[in-house]
Write a protein that binds this ligand. Structure first.
Ligand code: UDP
Length: 312
């Protein structure tokens, strides 16, 4: 049986990846330090003999005994509020953590896929964003700790690929949502759903004309799986290209949370908040044969079904 190490395994995307690889017949070694992840996301997997869990911070030397065939590096604070609160940990897990996992991959002869992000494009001046675009990032702004850590992560990963001939993959993840998103991570969709369920004001930052393109978690996980199994080592965007303004997103959430009494309130736009974001997924389509299948209507309903049970 193939064995895969997944870092950030107790997080939103990490926990879904654990399930996917177990379903595909892998032995899964899950690793997390629970800084932003939660064991409730993976506790149902502990009974499986194909699953084991290590509590560890990958910014420190990583040891996993025995064979390892694949590594997925998904550990990192990943919401603007989280990396504002944990700037040093964010920088360390993207830089030192990635270096440790590259070393482990080299030692084990494993293939490593790193979770990069649309944030490498910053507040983009090219629209939609293709993988060839180099980005527009403010290194010392509030998002700099995340964006630059992820840019460094890509650089060191490519260096190991070219210099050490390591098998590497780079996924650039665009806004992804679904069950197990943290309700309190300050992101748009958890905030909007929680506010609509509680009947509180729905907080739009700026005038709501900024855009995002929301990808359902099952599509994201499928894209990551296909990229890992491909022989393509350049970065690939995985996201849903259906672009929507934040204002219209709020309206769609209100439509799903029927009978909500919430009103909309407007607040200052955070510094360096990207005005537009939409992935060009030509590469994912052509190289991986991947494109998203779940539309917002279905995805928002599944997400609401999750949130309504955990919002108190
Ligand atoms: N946003 C908002 N209200 C909120 C939370 C977020 O209007 O309560 C906006 C935020 O300013 C950004 C967009 O929604 O323009 C998406 O924010 P999110 O935090 O989900 O992630 P980002 O895509 O900015 O990394």
């Amino acid at each position: 049986m193939k064995k895969i190490l997944i870092t950030g395994a107790a997080g939103f995307i990490g926990s879904h990846l654990c399930e996917k690889f177990l379903k595909e017949g892998f032995n899964v070694v899950a690793m997390d330090n629970l800084l932003t992840g939660s064991l409730t996301n993976i506790e149902h997997l502990f009974k499986l003999k194909e699953f084991e869990y290590y509590h560890h911070d990958v910014s420190k030397f990583v040891h996993v005994p025995g064979q390892l065939d694949y590594i997925l590096h998904f550990a990192s604070p990943a919401s603007p509020i989280d990396y504002l609160e944990m700037p040093i940990q964010t920088l360390k897990v993207g830089s030192l953590g990635t270096h440790n996992l590259l070393g482990l991959a080299k030692e084990k002869g494993a293939r490593l896929l790193i979770a990069s992000t649309s944030e490498v494009y910053g507040d983009p001046l090219v629209h939609p964003q293709t993988e060839e675009y180099w980005g527009n990032v403010n290194p010392i702004g509030p998002r700099g700790v995340y964006d630059e850590a992820k840019r460094f992560q890509e650089a060191i990963t490519m260096a190991y690929h070219t210099y050490h001939k390591l098998e590497t993959r780079i996924v650039r993840i665009f806004n992804t949502y679904g069950p197990r998103m943290r309700i309190d991570d300050g992101r748009a969709l958890p905030n909007f759903f929680a506010q609509a369920i509680k009947g509180e004001d729905i907080t739009i930052y700026g005038d709501g004309s900024q855009t995002r393109s929301f990808c359902y978690i099952d599509d994201q996980v499928d894209g990551i799986y296909k990229l890992l199994m491909s022989d393509y080592s350049q970065p690939v965007n995985i996201g849903n290209p259906e672009e929507i303004t934040i204002k219209d997103t709020v309206q769609e959430v209100i439509n799903i949370v029927k009978g909500t009494t919430s009103k909309v309130s407007y607040h200052d736009l955070p510094l360096d908040d990207p005005k537009k974001r939409q992935p060009d997924i030509t590469k994912a389509k052509e190289i991986l044969g991947w494109s998203p299948k779940v539309g917002r209507k279905e995805g928002f309903q599944l997400t609401y079904d999750y949130f309504k049970n955990i919002v108190v």
